[in-house]
Design a protein around this ligand. Structure first.
Ligand SMILES: Nc1ncnc2c1ncn2[C@@H]1O[C@H](COP(=O)(O)OP(=O)(O)OP(=O)(O)O)[C@@H](O)[C@H]1O
Length: 430
């Protein structure tokens, strides 16, 4: 929890003094006559932390001093993507009740020219990127994309933008991320403790930084699982080498983490929001027949500097490399990662029983204390390689998670992860 930083202003609504925590403040907009301002902020339902925040407008006769300057210059073409299938399906409501009125207040003249794209299917963001965003960015147009989605929306955008070679005119679109997904790892990692407006504050600020990303390259038989794993499809190919690839900005995992993301990605589980991960974890960790959780078998190597070093153990429980600090708001997987710092951290531990796994994961919910546990390997790395070499017969133990997407590898399949150097999008930060 961040320490409250209250600020007060005189409101002439009822001639009273109002106090708002700075973390909930979006903007103070001067009125045209200069005599007063509109303070825009959000209020939260303390009894229900998953409820959408309410957007509030208050007229201030004496605006508070020392507020960060607003920077709402509008030199870009603005697109708004409303990912209607993300999270528990609240993006539409949030757009109508918060985003629309806020944009009207911040951009009174231009907001009507903003282009709105509600998603209609799982391929909507990818199609939009191919048809609209990439061609425009690649011919040098300046775009700002306001994305009401989880991490999946960002990943569809990034993969779409990287699916064709960029021209010298390519201009990285700016992305404002409004966390309407389930875990929203990227949003929470960029904004941890800095703001509590569900990203709305970024619409009134002009701070953007390049989004660090990685590239995962797979063996030829790797397949992307879609439609609750009922179907599979080929992965995108590296335009230069033809190898199957996926780009990510959050996490590449195998073993326990990938399995529980994959097992909980069903319409039934999704209704439970972020609880779905814990529910799937319990099922995987405490098999009904009373046996131990599966010891995952593969050769795992890490890249330190320019050298690949295999881990001694060939059986594993948790193998995860991440570019962010938080995989959920309170799940601090990599406490040493700073927002958008481009680092890649490994979190690893070997086979153990369900109670021990729950204990270690519980430490991650206590500010990332698991990394101090002697059972856990935590290291800043340059890359990760997982090679199955025929060690796992059953395909369900060969599932890799890239930012929530699941890729199944062949018996002798492999994946290699490295940091990507291309600057694809810039992302809003406070
Ligand atoms: N109208 C729709 N119909 C079907 N699928 C949709 C629709 N809108 C979005 N989707 C898909 O739903 C998925 C939502 O992923 P997203 O990551 O945004 O949310 P999430 O998985 O709930 O959150 P997180 O990744 O942060 O945990 C994406 O794969 C997206 O393509």
């Amino acid at each position: 929890m961040s320490t409250p930083r209250p600020f007060s202003f005189s409101s002439d609504d009822k001639d009273e003094e109002r106090t708002v925590d700075l973390i909930n403040l979006i903007a103070v907009v001067p009125r045209p006559d200069g005599t007063s301002s509109t303070v825009i902020y959000v209020e939260h339902d303390d009894a229900n932390p998953t409820a959408l925040p309410q957007l509030k407008f208050s007229k201030a006769t004496s605006p508070p001093p020392n507020l960060p300057p607003m920077n709402i210059s509008n030199d870009r073409e603005i697109h708004i993507v409303v990912s209607t299938g993300s999270g528990t399906g609240k993006a539409d409501t949030f757009f109508d009740e918060a985003v629309k009125p806020l944009l009207r207040a911040l951009f009174p003249d231009s907001h009507r020219f903003f282009k709105i794209h509600p998603t209609k299917s799982a391929t909507s963001i990818h199609d939009l990127t191919n048809d609209v965003f990439f061609p425009q960015a690649n011919s040098g147009s300046l775009l700002r994309i306001i994305l009401l989605s989880g991490d999946g929306g960002v990943i569809d955008l990034v993969n779409g933008l990287l699916s064709k070679p960029a021209s010298v005119e390519y201009k990285p679109p700016q992305v404002v991320l409004l966390p309407l997904g389930t875990a929203n790892a990227l949003y929470h990692s960029i904004n941890a403790g800095r703001e509590n407006t569900w990203g709305l504050k970024a619409l009134a600020l002009g701070n953007y930084q390049p989004l660090p990303i990685f590239t995962a390259t797979f063996s030829l038989g790797a397949r992307l699982l879609i439609n609750e794993a009922r179907s599979e499809e080929e992965l995108p190919k590296n335009p230069q080498t033809g190898s199957p690839i996926l780009h990510g900005a959050v996490v590449c995992s195998w073993a326990m983490h990938a399995s529980l993301v994959a097992d909980s990605d069903t319409a039934e589980y999704r209704k439970f929001g972020v609880e779905r991960f814990k529910m799937a974890a319990k099922e995987a960790l405490f098999p009904a027949d009373g046996s131990m959780p599966h010891p995952y078998k593969a050769k795992v190597s890490i890249l330190r500097g320019n050298n690949w070093t295999p881990l001694e153990k060939e059986e594993h429980m948790y193998v995860l490399a991440t570019m962010v600090s938080n995989l959920e708001k309170t799940f601090k997987i990599s406490p040493a990662s700073k927002p958008l710092d481009g680092s890649l951290h490994l979190v690893h531990f070997g086979p153990t029983d369900g109670n021990e796994v729950m204990r270690i994961m519980g430490l991650a919910y206590q500010g990332g204390k698991h990394v101090d546990d002697p059972f856990v390997l935590y290291e800043n790395i340059e890359g990760l390689r997982i090679q199955f070499e025929g060690k796992e017969e059953d395909a369900r133990w060969r599932r890799i998670c890239i930012d929530g997407k699941i890729v199944r590898l062949e018996k002798d399949g492999w994946v290699e992860l490295r940091k990507e150097t291309q600057r694809v999008v810039d992302v809003a930060c406070n």
